[in-house]
Design a binder for this molecule. Structure first.
Ligand SMILES: [Zn+2]
Length: 123
């Protein structure tokens, strides 16, 4: 009986986290991949706090989990810590921090380009 209650509780909690994530994805800045502006990101780096397209999620994953912890928004199970982390950050505030000192010549990589190919991180 208690395991069932526990299971129900966890299920309910997951639904709450999913609802938070869905709501976050409706925010204007989160409707596009933080790295390449691709529409409708469905992946996220919860420690950095950004929503990403599948390709940029792959690039983040290649960086290693000590730098970026990538999850699927709707296919993975989220913990409270992870959900709160991305809720408190998001694409807008992360761009403000990570892209604060970009040179004016910076061009955001586009969805179909391989911006890191020359660094050897994408094969
Ligand atoms: Zn992207």
């Amino acid at each position: 009986m208690s395991t069932r209650i526990q299971r129900d509780k966890e299920k309910k909690q997951q639904e709450e986290f999913q609802a938070i994530l869905r709501r976050l994805l409706l925010e204007e800045d989160n409707k596009y991949c933080a790295d390449c502006d691709a529409k409708g990101p469905r992946w996220a780096s919860w420690n950095i706090g950004v929503f990403l397209c599948i390709r940029c999620a792959g690039i983040h994953r290649n960086l290693g989990v000590h730098i970026s912890k990538v999850k699927s928004v709707n296919l993975d199970t989220w913990t409270e810590k992870q959900t709160l982390s991305i809720e408190s950050l998001g694409n807008r505030s992360c761009r403000r921090v990570y892209e604060a000192d970009l040179p004016s010549s910076f061009r955001r990589p586009q969805t179909d380009s391989y911006p890191f190919a020359e660094l050897g991180t994408v094969s």
